[in-house]
Design a protein around this ligand. Structure first.
Ligand SMILES: *Cc1c(COP(=O)(O)O)cnc(C)c1O
Length: 378
């Protein structure tokens, strides 16, 4: 009998229970404690580049606290990659600011530096104000074109917040994703590279930023013995239980990255003989995606069926796959926002599909996925 193949399953190392048990045994069942500190240290060591990591309840909360520290407020504009999950842009709206969406470039599927520059110049010309921040995303684990984006950001003196929620383990020119820009966010939601069942982190450039992040994440309490507050705070700190899961997950992160890359390689070689099916790959040796999800582009003219047909066939074969992220400038909730681009992200959305990429998949599973394509009728 077939058993279901999932898109991207959380998988435990076996170490997680030990850290959770430890938290119970020592009565650290709270949103701070030894697991939180140890998990942050592990992430810091992993990323290096002298970054300071603060563990939070989600990647979304990390973006929110970064934008607050970048001074984003009502009426401000924040430049944001359009081709991404809504969580990248939602915190802009939490703050009463407006996203300015940027299209993708063909090489990385991430923020197009050309449209980024055009947008900045045009917004300054039209509003007399600079956008407050730039949020490029390393989508599906593929690093954004960081040299070009950071150069433009530096020239206009606009801070960068890297959304590396999907890119733990990826590198760009040998440097880990999650270390570019003033801030970066990570996510440990259920189906990301590692899971804490739900969680995230803000990667900060300075100790002061880390301190401030902690302050906002714990209700912005003033330095007094009694409860005094001079600013609005949030309850965003990661639980010590969840951080225990994270500690266990860090022991297998490298293994997971290696296996997701292997799975991508298998797809690459399987589809190399099928014209019209293109596996999204690193555009040059500068980019080393973790291949969180392997994505394909399906050319309906060439193959005689489209991504929706494959999606349906996968469902019937008990295989979970997923459309690509629908660009945010096409989302009803963001219909009134400003967009710069030529529609490239719409094109890849219309032709794309994410294939099962869990590290637990075997060659047999990948073969079953590819077989669905082989059996598609023209
Ligand atoms: C998952 C994700 C987030 C949000 O992370 P959560 O931990 O789910 O809040 C942000 N951006 C991208 C690109 C993501 O994939």
């Amino acid at each position: 009998m077939n058993n279901k193949i999932w898109l991207s399953l959380a998988h435990m190392s076996g170490e997680e229970q030990k850290y959770i048990q430890e938290a119970f045994d020592t009565n650290w069942v709270v949103p701070l404690g030894p697991n939180v500190n140890a998990f942050e240290d592990l992430l810091q060591d992993y990323l290096s580049e002298d970054k300071k990591v603060v563990a939070l309840v989600s990647g979304t909360s990390a973006i929110h606290l970064a934008l607050i520290q970048l001074g984003v407020g009502p009426g401000d504009e924040v430049i944001c990659q359009s081709f991404t999950f809504a969580a990248t842009a939602n915190p802009i709206k939490y703050l009463g600011a407006n996203p300015i969406f940027i299209d993708s470039e063909p090489e990385t599927w991430n923020m197009d530096p050309g449209y980024l520059e055009e947008a900045i110049a045009d917004r300054i010309a039209k509003t007399g104000k600079k956008p407050k921040a730039i949020i490029p995303v390393d989508l599906y684990g593929m690093p954004a074109n960081m040299d070009a984006i950071l150069e433009i950001a530096a020239r206009y003196e606009i801070p960068v917040l890297e959304d590396a929620a999907e890119a733990l383990g990826s590198t760009y020119k040998g440097r880990k994703c999650g270390t570019f820009g003033e801030f970066a966010c990570l996510s440990f939601n259920g189906n990301k590279m590692i899971t804490t069942s739900g969680g995230g982190a803000l990667v900060c450039s300075t100790k002061e930023q880390a301190k401030k992040t902690l302050f906002y994440a714990t209700q912005a309490r003033d330095d007094k013995t009694y409860y005094q507050h001079s600013e609005i705070g949030y309850n965003y700190r990661l639980s010590n239980i969840c951080a225990g899961i994270g500690r266990g997950q860090m022991t297998v992160l490298d293994q997971y990255v290696a296996r997701r890359r292997e799975i991508h390689d298998i797809y690459m070689s399987e589809f190399s003989t099928m014209p019209g099916i293109t596996v999204f790959d690193n555009p040059s040796p500068d980019y080393k995606s973790n291949f969180w999800l392997t994505c394909v582009q399906i050319d309906p003219v060439e193959v005689g069926y489209n991504n929706n047909d494959v999606y349906e066939a996968m469902m019937k074969a008990d295989i979970e796959c997923r459309p690509l992220w629908k660009p945010l400038h096409l989302q009803p909730v963001f219909a009134n926002e400003i967009f710069y681009g030529n529609g490239f992200s719409t094109e890849i959305f219309n032709r794309g599909l994410c294939l099962p990429s869990s590290p637990v998949l075997t060659e047999y599973h990948v073969e079953r996925v590819v077989d669905v394509f082989r059996k598609m009728k023209k």
